[in-house]
Design a protein around this ligand. Sequence first.
Ligand code: NDP
Length: 471
Amino acid sequence: MKSIDKGYINGEFVTLHGTQVFDLISPTDHQLIGQVTLGDETDVERAVTAAKAAFKSFRKSTIAERIQLLQQLKEAVSKNTTELTEVMIQEYGGTRQFCTMSTMMSLSNFDSLIETLQHFEFERKAGNTLVQMTPVGVVGIITPWNASNGFICSKLATAIAAGCTVVVKPSEMSALQTQVLTAIIHEAGLPKGLFNVVNGLGNVVGTAITTHPDIAKISFTGSTITGKQIAKTAVDTIKRVTLELGGKSPNIILEDADFEKAIPQAVFGAYMNSGQACVAPTRLLVPKAKLDIVNQLAKAAAENVVVGNPTNDATNVGPMVSEKQYERVQNYIKIGMEEGATLLTGGPGKPAGLENGNFVKATIFTNVSNDMRIAREEIFGPVLSIIPYENEDDAIAIANNTTYGLAAYVTSADESRAVKVAAQIEAGRVCVNGFKHDPQAPFGGFKQSGLGREFGAFGLEEYLEPKSILV
Ligand code: NDP
């Protein structure tokens, strides 16, 4: 059993003022795998003081110096990908397939920001005026448990590119993963105080960060409900806020698509990261006339999904991160049945032989109406809703009839037709014919899926204040 009893402040692992201890329970077999000491307001104060002091000099760093630090981080992370992947599987229960990819994506953030810095204009002209893009200040980074180190790496890389310093509050359920990453970052040799970590609860450490007058910006990834709370709290000190929130992403399969290929892909996509993915395509929109064949193909695909121990190479869906998350998903399965959706496969309870962990059956509801709660609310588990549509316009209307707008997917034999449909979808990212990722493309949500953008030049701008110098 591992014990994480220190924070990382001013370039050192330090004993925390907070004393509360949180148990880390394996989602796979409910064994106690570690304990983390939770920080408090005093620890945040120390971390912000260190970050503020470091900002004084780091804000003046050159682009070459920032690129050098990003290189150092990239090298340090790339030497330790196995350890990062293994601890993610152990603590979070992410599948080996997902965690391996997630670690590689964490790494790609450093390259992406290096590339961005090579072209980014920190000084521009507007009219006759010189506009300088200046670092915003100390950034408070608050992350969820579902790809914790990936979020820390992308936000830290962007902060460094901008000349900002950071105080990170990860989910306490990610303490083992954060510890591994922090040790790697420590070895990379950043300037003291640039990167600080305080484990702790949202309503203690999180609130201390969002209310602190010396923090200029919050970069948050998590649920919409917490994002709203953070935005409200941050307004008192007029912090800049980037919010990456939840989703209920539509996946439109047009009637000319290759259904034999598209439907299995849609099912496996909905279960990405064991269904605990903000961009998961959890509403599958299909032509009403093809519903029978869709049901057959989807059921067969779900029966091929391997739910099980996340360490196994073949596992597609691992356990839910916590018992609370397991109960939440079970409750939505119950709601779907009570709402009158047709349970195509899966359903309540744990799969046979997996009673000791937070495992959920790969579940599909069909004949779902878009006004049902299972079609409107983020479940964050392996539960897919198949929603029939009448025609293309109806599909677009259903896709947009949601409070969310993070991601969407369109599949068609005719790519230009799919792009025309994509243009009408209210979402920050629309993937045509498959699941894609581009670390240079802006990422973020329309509507209640977020505020602001991450990644590449768009993400970098969010960490900068334009200053006009009129001579
Ligand atoms: P939460 O919103 O519950 O928590 C996210 C983080 O915020 C945690 O570190 C949490 O701490 C902290 N927090 C909670 N309350 C406060 C507060 N009042 N002030 C400051 N910080 C607070 O999300 P989950 O961890 O449950 O993650 C799942 C959610 O994240 C899903 O809704 C998902 O869609 C979203 N998400 C969005 C992504 C995107 O890019 N758009 C990507 C991945 C996930 P604590 O752990 O102590 O509660």
